[in-house]
Design a protein. Structure first.
Length: 346
């Protein structure tokens, strides 16, 4: 029997792509999602790509009785990949309690159920936001780079969740956990059957950018051009979502094959390259041939000036590499946007 993996937030952007890669690697997948920022028909796209329909349960991970019912129904579950979280930096500043409740309670509930149902592996969707604004001499950030006070409640929930997982494993819980601190996922599956499709106005840069290129949004705002970076705009490490998805498969295999050297392992997942927002826009225009209407706006609360990762550990220990270029990732995002227009969605 194939090993069964529970993917929370599995109809979301990263979760759906990871489900595809898990299925193609031979795992059975059970998706749990409350559909707060995704749609159930994503499951159709996953099935169309892989030929396998993952099990899907519309459940909120903060609802303990409903979540436990999933563990009972699908036992045995070998591992969990936990994506289910509210994730918009700006919204978290406006609605901090929503973020603290959703992002921490969901993690606690899952951890609590794991020993009871003999689930061994836990992959946590963490973020480079735990590094805060790194000191200049700490760039690119390594896994050993000190974490800093978060710039937003969203970032703080990732820090808190990491601490909860570490403390739980230290207590002698019979599980192994991996914290994947990833940078900025972008793009869409090459099939154009799944991609990033936020409800309402996008909080992430790329869907806002492609919607602006399509004429759905009037203008893209670049938040700040006076940062201490080569062109004044924020600097990030943009990673193609399929590469990121494969990092989760590699991390899960490491746990299930008992190769973990510690109860909790930490890996940066990115390309190792810093790219500015303005550089990203220029690359998009070059690789698609589409001119983008954008303007410089005031800095946004909670934004970090510059961060990119040292990914040597993931490359060497997990045997994982980001293999796609920025051009490929941006072109896939644009093709996805065009496919949505063809389908009459947006």
């Amino acid at each position: 029997m194939n090993k069964r993996i529970l993917v929370t937030g599995g109809t979301g952007f990263i979760g759906s792509h990871t489900t595809v890669e898990l299925q193609q690697a031979g795992y059975d997948v059970v998706i749990v999602d409350n559909l707060s920022n995704s749609k159930a028909d994503v499951v159709d796209g996953i099935e169309a790509i892989t030929g396998i329909r993952p099990a899907f349960e519309e459940v909120d991970c903060t609802d303990m009785p409903a979540l436990e019912a999933v563990f009972q129904k699908y036992a045995p579950i070998e591992g969990i990949i936990h994506f289910a979280a509210s994730k918009a930096v700006g919204e978290s500043v406006q609605k901090p309690l929503k973020y603290y409740r959703n992002n921490t309670v969901s993690t606690i509930n899952l951890l609590e159920l794991m020993p009871k149902y003999n689930v061994k592996g836990f992959i946590f969707s963490s973020s480079c936001t735990v590094y805060g604004q790194p000191d200049e001499n700490n760039l690119p950030v390594k896994e050993t780079t000190p974490r800093k006070d978060a710039e937003s409640p969203y970032g703080n929930t990732k820090k808190i969740d990491e601490d909860i997982i570490v403390d739980f494993c230290k207590s002698g819980a019979p599980i192994h956990a991996t914290l994947l601190r990833y940078f900025n996922p972008i793009g869409a599956h090459p099939s154009c059957l799944i991609g990033e499709m936020p409800n309402g106005v996008p909080a992430n840069l790329i869907p806002y950018l492609t919607q602006t290129a399509m004429g759905i949004r009037e203008c893209l705002s670049v938040f700040g051009d006076d940062y201490d970076t080569p062109d004044g705009s924020c600097l990030r490490d943009y990673i193609y979502v399929v590469d990121l998805a494969n990092a989760h498969v590699a991390a899960m295999e490491r746990i299930l094959e008992n190769k973990s050297e510690e109860a909790v392992e930490v890996f940066n997942v990115g390309t190792g390259n810093g790219v500015s927002v303005l550089e990203l826009i220029n690359t998009f225009e070059k690789c698609t041939g589409v001119k983008l209407n954008y303007k410089i706006a005031e800095r946004r609360t909670g934004d970090i000036e510059k961060v990119w990762g040292n990914v040597d550990k993931a490359n060497k220990v997990l045997g994982w590499h980001a293999v796609h270029t920025l051009d490929e990732a941006l072109l896939s995002a644009w093709n996805w946007q065009k496919k949505l227009r063809e389908r009459g969605i947006m």
